[in-house]
Design a protein around this ligand. Structure first.
Ligand SMILES: [Zn+2]
Length: 171
């Protein structure tokens, strides 16, 4: 499970029918609402970056430290992308999909990427370094916590979009 939807018994039943969840991956400190209820019900282990541990996330099982990346098995890789908060993005390699939390999403008006810098808790430079990091990873989907998802044709198209975003901010 990525991030924490509002807990309802109905949704929990449906998830259990699908096989439950082994991990609850919290991209960052926002939108964690009912993580404790989910962890108790599904017996999943929660993961967050230690920089995003506050009272509300103090009991999370895995607190990642440092800059990663971290691997879970062969299918998942966690990428530290600070900026908005100490965000970690989750790369699901079999589908070439990156869950970005609130790090980056599609603009409403166009197919361009948007960093939502107005919500950033750290410097623009930190956030740009984080987006630059994503050039090194093989994925085609951006799946954000809010807003619109994007699928690029291939990893080259994804990288062009990132380069365009970086150029926008460095001009
Ligand atoms: Zn957020």
């Amino acid at each position: 499970m990525v991030d924490s939807p509002r807990y309802t018994p109905k949704l929990a039943n449906q998830l259990e029918k699908l096989g439950g969840a082994r991990y609850m991956f919290l991209t960052h400190i926002d939108d964690v609402a009912d993580h404790r209820k989910w962890a108790e019900r599904l017996k999943c282990e929660r993961i967050i970056h230690s920089g995003d541990v506050e009272d509300i996330t103090a009991d999370v099982e895995w607190k990642l430290t440092g800059n990663g990346p971290w691997n879970i098995g062969t299918d998942f890789e966690l990428i530290h992308t600070p900026g908005h908060t100490e965000v970690i993005c989750l790369l699901y390699k079999p589908l070439k999909a990156l869950f970005t939390g609130d790090h980056v999403a599609k603009s409403e008006e166009s197919d361009d990427l948007n960093l939502f810098l107005m919500y950033s808790k750290q410097s623009v430079d930190v956030q740009l370094d984080s987006i630059r990091k994503l050039l090194d990873f093989n994925f085609e989907w951006f799946l954000p916590g809010h807003g619109y998802r994007i699928r690029y044709e291939d990893v080259y198209a994804k990288n062009s979009a990132i380069e365009a975003l970086l150029a926008d901010y460095t001009n």
